[in-house]
Design a protein around this ligand. Structure first.
Ligand code: BGC
Length: 838
């Protein structure tokens, strides 16, 4: 809601000595008395340079936390609007507020990132405009010199470091009429451009749910730690009774390290809250102006007996509507999905962030670029990501490039344009357009999209290759050294060149959607040029890539850079690489989100499922077997022996790699938009692995779309729900005649028998041919492994057409002086497979 009246209010701060900008300062309280009667409607607009909680007549206004949220304050600062009619009294009234440091003034950024305090403002500025509508006239009570200020009970507050609250410093009744504020200090009006004030277009952050303590643990050193059973973002509410002046300290962390609270991954973030008791009866406290990413809280100084019911975790995040659900017959996969949802919740605290616990929690562009499609399936992110994209365009315009993090907190950082991160400017609007079908999303972002693309076009070599400048590359490739996350197997400029193929193609499509045929032609030409440059530099005519990594192949395949024959060959190469890595993960931020798609598109669904269902370290399900309840920054953030990965990038709540669940929605359950906004839907489940059922639901802009399939006793059942106003193509999974259908709105169900012979595994023996043997990849792997233990380095090639029809017995017959035990060992591999199948 915009203000109905012009701004009368000004930003105010306590008029204080010159050291006021020094930290730490207690969070100030502000108040002003006024009188009114017969108010018809009262509306309060409020914001601050920092976090703000507003009060009217002693009552907390609204239920937002961490308001006004984070935007790029230099350009726009959101204000909240509350209908406070019910709180207004006839006669004496008091308007009050408490202001914390928040993102505007508090510490931001990792060590070495540059100046890290007072980045957006250096005074705790409060802005309130209360509009009292009397029917025939309106009166405004606005922040001005009439207000008074005083230090409140929050002695210290910082997003990273926590909050210290001394209940002895509370001033009962401070925000209600009748309070004696004679000792309070004057305030002064401070400069802040009121043109930056904007009504929010995203939902506020709220307390969304509460989680009870699962167990209390005593550590080897005698500390008490509460385990909430879920890695979450928010804080702990404390119930306590004790002597005045007793201080209870809560330290937060996501994991244990050698039996104690594992705080090393937090880097410099202290994540420590302190509560000093008022005394004289039961007290309940929770922090206001900080948040933590944690599963465990260590409690020190608790007076009396600490029991589980004295602590409650309060989960906070942007109050977005949930829109996507997914389930399968495999509990581990369901947990992987739940972990992704939890990582999304924890990293959507007002803006999309990398992580919620250490000294970052920043709007890292690359993370949301790869996670965008997943986010848009799980929640309605039009508000929060739309707002963030607006910040991005403003920062980009101001700086002349897309900063690595938005809002940009680094005032002195060198300009850096990198693939996967900066090109979120193009790819995220496109992702949102696919999810919601709203052309306005593209129209709003268009200038930013074009500016970014033209800028990179200016960085290309004469052939059209993006081959210069720093690149993050396939960030956090598991084979990169822990201390150098961009030093993975895939050449970082290959990643850049591939991503620019995608970017230019999206630009051509975007311009066409917006009816700009000239731009569309221009970007199509650029797309053709950069694709040719990629082909010339990195692809052999037959489809091998110069860089033999899974990420390189997966990008070339999914970004449509290869011709049909090359794609098929690249698919085989990729499947071989994936098998060679024993279906563990060998890709980082860039490769992981597209890996399963690349395998699926090239006919290697089996390998995609083996990747998906693998539990060896590092793999998608390995963290689940290690009790993970969120997605980790690295698949091996915690190692199998329970030690924490030594790298500096070791968060246990990073949504980026959770991007794999997008493939699960579209391929395992089989629900995907066939046209932007799900105007047409594709239902094409592809069962695999040992799954016997899967389902997904999504609230599309047209209503709920749903799919579920089950295989029971040789019968497949498929059910789909098609929302009104849409149509769907259904590709029936494992159908004996490969049936494909067009259906309209409503619910549809099909039931049929599995094709004859489906899933029937042959009885393997020495008479089995190589062709048949190689179809079972797992068996083929153990067979070839056993063979090579007798003949190291001698390859067995099942793809060789001549070998396909040769039986194992015939092959053994061709080996002169066959080593003792070879036949028995191979037979043993075959028999054990037969036993498993039985
Ligand atoms: C963040 C990442 C981010 C990366 C880029 C990290 O510190 O946590 O998720 O994308 O830096 O360098």
């Amino acid at each position: 809601m915009s203000p109905s009246l012009p701004w009368i209010a000004r930003f105010i701060a306590p008029a204080a000595p010159s050291d006021q900008c020094e930290h730490p300062q207690p969070a100030p309280l502000f108040r002003r008395d006024f009188r009114s009667s017969n108010v018809r409607r009262a509306t309060l607009h409020v914001t601050a340079l920092g976090f703000v909680e507003a009060y009217l007549n002693g009552q907390r206004v609204g239920d937002e936390v961490l308001a006004p949220g984070w935007t790029t304050y230099r350009h726009r600062l959101n204000y909240s609007t509350h209908d406070v009619t019910a709180l207004i009294a006839d006669g004496a009234n008091t308007l009050g507020a408490m202001v914390g440091e928040g993102w505007a003034r508090g510490r931001l950024g990792w060590e070495g990132a540059g100046p890290n305090k007072n980045i957006f403002a250096d005074r705790p500025g409060l802005f309130m405009q209360l509009e009292l509508d009397y029917g025939d006239h309106t009166e405004i009570i606005a922040t001005d010199e009439e207000f008074r200020a005083a230090a409140g009970p929050i002695l210290f507050d910082s997003i990273y470091d926590g909050e210290h609250y001394d209940a002895r410093k509370e001033q009962p009744g401070w925000s209600a009429p009748g309070f004696d504020a004679s000792g309070w200090a004057p305030v002064e009006v401070i400069d802040w451009d009121l043109k930056t004030l904007e009504a929010p277009t995203k939902e506020p952050v709220r307390r969304i749910e509460e989680i009870a303590v699962q167990r209390l643990i005593t550590t080897p050193s005698g500390k008490t730690i509460a385990d909430f059973g879920q890695n979450l973002v928010g804080w702990v509410r404390l119930d306590v009774e004790g002597e005045t002046g007793t201080t209870v300290t809560l330290r937060h962390a996501e994991v244990f390290d050698d039996g104690e609270l594992g705080v090393r991954p937090l880097r410099t973030a202290k994540a420590t809250d302190e509560y000093t008791l008022r005394g004289g009866g039961p007290e309940t406290w929770e922090p206001r102006f900080t948040f933590h990413g944690f599963r465990y809280a260590e409690i020190e100084g608790y007076p009396g007996q600490l029991t589980k019911d004295k602590l409650t975790a309060v989960v906070i995040h942007t109050d977005m509507a949930r829109t996507g659900w997914f389930e399968t017959s495999n509990p581990l996969l369901n947990q992987l999905h739940s972990n992704t949802v939890w990582s999304m919740k924890g990293n959507f605290v007002s803006l999309p962030t990398d992580c919620p616990q250490r000294d970052e929690r920043l709007g890292w562009t690359g993370d949301i670029n790869v996670f965008g499609p997943t986010a848009a399936f799980l929640y309605d992110v039009r508000g929060v990501l739309g707002s963030w994209l607006r910040d991005l365009t403003l920062e980009q315009k101001h700086k002349g490039y897309v900063p690595m993090v938005v809002p940009d907190f680094q005032t002195h950082a060198a300009p850096m344009t990198t693939a996967v991160w900066s090109d979120v400017a193009v790819l995220l609007p496109w992702t949102l357009y696919q999810a919601y079908g709203d052309q306005q999303i593209l129209a709003d972002a268009y200038t930013s999209m074009v500016d970014f693309t033209d800028q990179v076009a200016g960085l290309l070599n004469p052939d059209g290759l993006w081959d210069s400048g720093f690149q993050f590359g396939d960030w956090l490739d598991p084979d990169a050294p822990p201390e150098n996350p961009s030093g993975g197997k895939t050449e970082s400029h290959l990643v850049a060149a591939a991503y620019f193929c995608r970017v230019t193609e999206v630009m051509a499509k975007t311009a066409a959607v917006l009816g700009n045929s000239q731009d569309s032609a221009r970007f199509s030409q650029l797309a053709a040029k950069v694709k040719k440059a990629f082909q010339d530099e990195y692809v052999t005519p037959a489809g091998r890539l110069a860089n033999n990594s899974a990420t390189a192949y997966a990008l070339a395949i999914t970004f449509d850079i290869l011709n049909a024959a090359q794609k098929e060959r690249a698919g085989e190469m990729l499947a071989n690489l994936v098998a060679k890595a024993k279906h563990t993960i060998s890709t980082g931020f860039v490769g992981t989100p597209v890996l399963c798609d690349a395998l699926t598109q090239t006919g290697h669904l089996d390998d995609a499922y083996r990747l998906l269902l693998n539990t060896e370290c590092p793999s998608f399900l390995y963290p689940v077997t290690m009790d993970a309840t969120t997605i980790w920054e690295r698949w091996d953030s915690m190692r199998p022996d329970g030690t924490i990965n030594p790298g500096g990038m070791t968060s246990f709540n990073h949504y980026a790699l959770g991007a794999v669940v997008d493939w699960m929605h579209r391929t395992v359950a089989g629900l995907a938009p066939a046209e932007p906004g799900y105007k047409r839907i594709t239902f094409a489940p592809k069962p695999g692995g040992d799954l016997t059922s899967a389902s997904a639901r999504h609230l599309t802009p047209f209503g709920e779309a749903a799919v579920s399939w089950q295989i029971v006793d040789g019968n497949v059942t498929l059910a789909v729900t098609v929302p009104e106003g849409t149509a769907a193509e259904v590709i029936l999974p494992l159908h004996p005649e490969n049936l494909e259908l067009e259906v309209g709105p409503g619910s549809h169900t099909w039931s049929y028998e599995l094709p004859a012979g489906h899933n029937e595994t042959p009885e393997y023996s020495l008479d089995t041919t190589f062709g048949v043997l190689a179809q079972d990849k797992e068996l083929w792997e153990s067979f070839t492994e056993t063979f090579s233990s007798f003949f190291p380095g001698v390859p067995l090639d099942a793809n060789n057409p001549e070998a396909k029809n040769i039986s194992i017995r015939d092959m053994l017959g061709m080996i002169p002086m066959s080593p003792a035990g070879l036949t028995e060992a191979l037979e043993q591999v075959l028999t054990s497979k037969n036993e498993v199948t039985v």
